[in-house]
Write a protein that binds this ligand. Structure first.
Ligand SMILES: [Zn+2]
Length: 375
């Protein structure tokens, strides 16, 4: 596999073992793998793109805005709040950063078809990037996956398999039958690397001054892992002085990572009966759960859980301040409110909330919330 100079290989987030770039889980312990960068060779966000230009697969993901929200900062009693709006990516979600890299890695491995189980946005993004790379794709999604995602998988030319039930049913179906594809499933090291790129870009947006806290709506956990590694890499590279406290925010009715982090446990607690309106985050057995908990701990952050009703209200309140925040992004706003309630923030804290999904993708959820409020 052809990579750029700062990439040294992969290493295991659990046991630390180094392994080949072609591995997808740690051969020793099954842990999540992440790209190892040579910090001495990293001077900007552009330097951590793992593949040379001729091997990259891009539809201009990234370069998303960091939007300040002064009224929310006043409400939370902090110095500033800004939303890193990942909904402005090509297919409207943060997943685009991940599939840009995971699909490029698959192409370099000779793949002509990739596949992933997904709650929805990942399958849509995978189909778009596979189309760009000129290869085939398959997305395996649960019935509850939004119509918009299902439609766009097909529109991008991908194969779509809709599995009766919820996300775990899609994961189970993904592992059966049809073996003629290269998996780009949650926990893939180059999906994690997409989130590392987000961390570096966020720091560059702030002219290399780290925020004090970052709140991220969390599903599979891989983004939390990638963010923490990106922040730590920036410190190692001498680009910033400190890492932000990373808060993994999850819906209370499906919080395997946040609840475990909040209880100081080291492993996620699988959720038997997940039931949240926030479909993209309804991941009861997260592929990168233990690694995400480690990442939260290493940053000095924590988990935070919030009920669906507070999530929807937070999304609507966020939209009333301008930025389009859907239910998924509402988890960050509601999580920040809960953290403020718990006195987790200082008055001089600079806080960044990640909005992983375009608000307009989740318009139906917000509108039905308004209607339930009699509006
Ligand atoms: Zn390992």
């Amino acid at each position: 596999m052809q990579t750029t100079a700062p990439v040294r290989g992969l290493s295991c987030t659990a046991c630390g073992e180094s392994t080949a770039l072609s591995a997808r889980r740690c051969p020793d312990c099954g842990g999540v793998l992440a790209v190892n960068y040579d910090a001495d060779a990293v001077a900007s966000a552009a330097d951590i793109h793992p593949f040379p230009p001729e091997a990259s697969v891009s539809i201009d993901e990234g370069a998303t805005p960091l939007v300040t929200v002064p009224d929310l900062a006043a409400e939370l009693g902090v110095d500033s709040v800004a939303i890193k709006d990942e909904g402005r990516n090509p297919t409207g979600s943060l997943a685009d950063r991940k599939f840009a890299l995971a699909v490029a890695a698959a192409v370099q491995d000779g793949a002509d078809r990739i596949g992933t189980p997904s709650t929805g946005n990942g399958a849509q993004s995978a189909a778009a990037y596979a189309a760009r790379a000129g290869i085939e794709s398959k997305g395996v999604v649960p019935t509850r996956c939004p119509f918009l995602n299902k439609a766009m998988v097909n529109v991008h030319g991908g194969d779509m398999y809709v599995v009766e039930g919820r996300y775990e049913d899609a994961v189970e179906a993904f592992g059966e039958g049809d073996e003629e594809f290269t998996p780009v499933a949650p926990g893939h090291p180059f999906r994690v690397a997409g989130a590392t790129a987000l961390a570096l870009e966020l720091l560059a947006d702030r002219e290399w001054v780290a925020p004090d806290a970052v709140v991220h709506p969390t599903g599979h956990g891989e983004t939390v892992v990638g963010l923490q590694r990106g922040f730590a890499l920036a410190v190692d590279a001498g680009l910033v002085d400190s890492v932000p406290r990373l808060y993994a925010a999850q819906p209370a009715d499906c919080a395997p990572i946040a609840a475990a982090a909040d209880d100081d446990a080291t492993d996620p607690v699988a959720v038997d009966h997940p039931d949240t309106i926030v479909g993209p985050l309804e991941v009861p057995e997260p592929a990168a759960g233990a690694a995400a908990i480690d990442a939260v701990d290493a940053s000095g952050g924590d988990g935070v859980t919030v009920p669906d009703k507070a999530i929807l209200q937070a999304a609507v309140d966020g939209c009333e301040q301008g930025p389009e925040i859907g239910a998924t992004g509402g988890v960050a706003v509601a999580g920040a409110r809960e953290l403020a309630e718990q006195d987790a923030f200082d008055a001089d804290d600079e806080v960044v909330l990640v909005n992983p999904v375009a608000g307009s993708k989740e318009a139906d959820l917000l509108r039905s919330h308004l209607m339930s409020q009699g509006m």
